[in-house]
Design a protein around this ligand. Structure first.
Ligand code: BGC
Length: 415
């Protein structure tokens, strides 16, 4: 028996500007990617040249059967110098939003997805008290230009991620920048100190978490101050935190520390964006590695699609607002494994719906094989492959498979 999703359920794919657009030269990450001794596996370069190819890309998404597209603004293009806004860049994003509507895709717009203008990062970045105001000013200006075309808005992508990576033991507690040699030199070349040089993902997680929360609240108002009426929320990076025998307390502490304040803040939002890829297991001393016998993916975490059900339920219990799965996916070269992953993740999502959880959409990460941050182009998350020499797109079987589910708004276990 096929399961029918609620009327109006959003089926989409997600991208972020820096990962697909190409040549984001005013941004902090571009600067770091090119720095001698960089920790990035390779520079983002032309990426998928989505900056120019978006009209065809958006048409392709619609043809595949999706009814929504989540993408992000690039702050560094819009405000390349403090207080100087580029109308040309804003108009570019207006055209992208319009292209979505023309193709009957509801545009879900993210205002911050990891990257920032280099001037911002070099002047305190996300560890500076002025960050919430600076970011809100950008959001206000962008929303004024774009608001009437926005369908759904995310203020900050994975506002908790700096903290999460520390809680999960992936990054050091004091901040990754203090462990990477090239960062001190990068800071120096920007005329600042390592303490004041704070790109997202690399800074001091404790400090950033606090500022992110403030930035979300301020930017939420800024985004709503423009034309258009649309739901606004933030998105969180959510692993399923599991306890091994004796690890219950440590796990509960991790849940409270990582998700607690953000889910609390989300109670007054229009929705919460849940973004899930895997699980983390906790023993009495803290996070423990992958379980023997469970496959470890190229990103270093386990193949664990059931994590999505657990995180949706946790977000629902704590925030109590509508949920969009704003990211879920797998980086793999084996497209059959991708289908197996999403099939199991969707089954979990359906169980949530059957229990009355208000889930309103599912965005697969990602539309295209794209720039996976420190890992470069090796992990392939896309439903669509990209030949980066010719920029030719090739739809993978998973793209056709998920597009069909989207078009039917129904899921059959046998599918
Ligand atoms: C981020 C994406 C990233 C994806 C896969 C999420 O944490 O929002 O930018 O590419 O995970 O690693």
């Amino acid at each position: 028996m096929a399961f029918r999703f609620p009327e109006g359920f959003l089926w989409g794919t997600a991208t972020s500007a820096h990962q697909v657009e190409g040549n984001n030269t005013q941004s902090d990450f571009w600067f770091l990617e090119h720095f001698p001794g960089t920790a990035f596996a390779e520079p983002s370069g032309d990426a998928c040249d989505h900056y120019h190819l978006y009209p065809d890309d958006i048409r392709l998404l619609a043809r595949l059967g999706f009814n929504s597209y989540r993408f992000s603004l690039e702050w560094a293009r819009i405000e390349p110098e403090p207080g100087r806004f580029s109308l040309a860049a804003l108009d570019h994003y207006r055209r992208m939003l319009a292209a979505c509507w023309e193709n009957r895709l509801l545009p879900c717009l993210t205002f911050h997805h990891f990257t920032a203008p280099l001037w911002f990062t070099a002047d305190g970045g996300w560890e500076d008290e002025r960050a919430p105001d600076r970011f809100a000013k950008f959001c206000e200006r962008a929303a004024r230009h774009l608001g009437d075309l926005i369908g759904l808005a995310c203020t900050i992508n994975e506002a908790n991620l700096n903290g999460s990576l520390a809680v999960r033991g992936t990054f050091p507690r004091e901040g990754l920048k203090y462990r990477l040699k090239f960062m001190a030199e990068a800071a120096r070349r920007c005329g600042t100190t390592l303490e004041r040089f704070s790109p997202y993902l690399f800074g001091d997680p404790n400090r950033i978490n606090e500022i992110m929360l403030k930035a979300h609240l301020k930017s939420r108002e800024a985004v709503k101050s423009g034309p258009g009426r649309f739901p606004v929320g933030l998105t969180l990076s959510m692993d399923d935190y599991q306890a091994l025998p004796g690890g219950e307390e440590t796990r509960d502490r991790a849940l409270a520390e990582d998700y607690g304040p953000f889910l609390e803040a989300a109670r007054s939002d229009d929705f919460i964006g849940v973004q899930t890829y895997s699980r983390t297991r906790f023993g009495p001393q803290g996070p423990v590695g992958p379980e023997e016998g469970v496959e470890v993916l190229v990103m270093g975490y386990e193949f664990w699609p059931e994590a999505l059900e657990a995180t949706i339920r946790w977000a629902w219990q704590k925030a109590g607002v509508p949920i969009y799965v704003t990211e879920n996916g797998i980086g793999t070269d084996d497209d059959r494994q991708r289908i197996a992953y999403v099939r199991r993740a969707l089954k979990g999502l359906i169980r949530c719906l059957q229990d009355g959880v208000d889930v309103r959409g599912y965005y697969y990460w990602s539309f295209l094989d794209n720039f996976e941050w420190l890992f470069g182009y090796k992990p392939r998350f896309g439903l669509v492959a990209v030949d980066r020499q010719t920029q030719r797109r090739t739809v993978k079987p998973s793209g056709l498979w998920l597009g069909r589910i989207a078009r039917l708004n129904a899921f059959d276990e046998e599918q």
